[in-house]
Structures are given as structure tokens and as C-alpha cells.
Design a protein around this ligand. Structure first.
Ligand code: ZN
Length: 110
């Protein structure tokens, strides 16, 4: 039992690798759909949908965009998720919807 020291998370793919692609996409615990989990620029993690949608199809609170961080950051990836806010994307601009927007149990009405 190696539960000491808080080392309880799933094993990291490859420490010190600059390739942080997930081999197996994580699954949403609510609906079981594959999601992409990215760090945000404010130290939280967010589940995003696997696909991009035009901004007109995504309500403003769910719009995210993936941004490549210019500098090495404390987090082990150089891609961060940034909320699209304050900006007014064109209706056809691709944005990445938060998975919450399409999580089935949330919208589980027949
Ligand atoms: Zn879900």
C-alpha cells in the first residue's frame, strides 16, 4: 500500500517528457464520455469536449480556447485552457466547449 505522501493519483505517463499527449483520454465520471482535461491559467483544471464548435453554437459561459503558453510553466504542459470572455468571437470562430455543456446527466430530461 503506497498511499502515504499523497501519492494516490493515477501514474503520470512519462515524467520529464515534453510530449504530454494522453494515451487514453480520461472519461467524464458523470456520463462516461471521453473528455480532454487541461490546466487553466488560474490553477484549476477543466474538462473540455473533444471537438470544437462554432462560437454561435456554444453559450458564452462554456467557451474555452486552448492556448500555447510561451514560457515554461509550473504545470507539466505548455497548453492551457483559457475562458473566452471579454472577447467577442465571430459566430463561426471555433471554440472548445466545456464538457459540462454536453454532459448528458446534466441535461437528462427526456
Ligand atoms: Zn459528462
Amino acid at each position: 500500500m503506497a498511499l502515504a505522501d499523497g501519492a494516490t493519483a493515477a501514474p503520470r505517463p512519462q515524467p520529464d517528457s515534453d510530449d504530454v499527449t494522453w494515451i487514453e483520454p480520461p472519461l467524464c465520471p458523470e456520463c462516461g464520455i471521453s473528455v480532454r482535461i487541461y490546466p487553466t491559467n488560474y490553477d484549476r483544471w477543466v474538462s473540455l469536449a473533444m471537438v470544437e464548435l462554432p462560437a454561435k453554437d456554444v453559450p458564452e459561459p462554456f467557451r474555452w480556447r486552448l492556448t500555447r503558453l510561451p514560457d515554461p510553466s509550473p504545470i507539466s504542459t505548455d497548453i492551457a485552457a483559457v475562458r473566452v470572455r471579454g472577447i467577442d468571437p465571430l459566430p463561426g470562430d471555433p471554440v472548445v466547449p466545456a464538457h459540462r455543456m454536453m454532459c448528458v446527466p446534466e441535461w437528462g430530461e427526456p
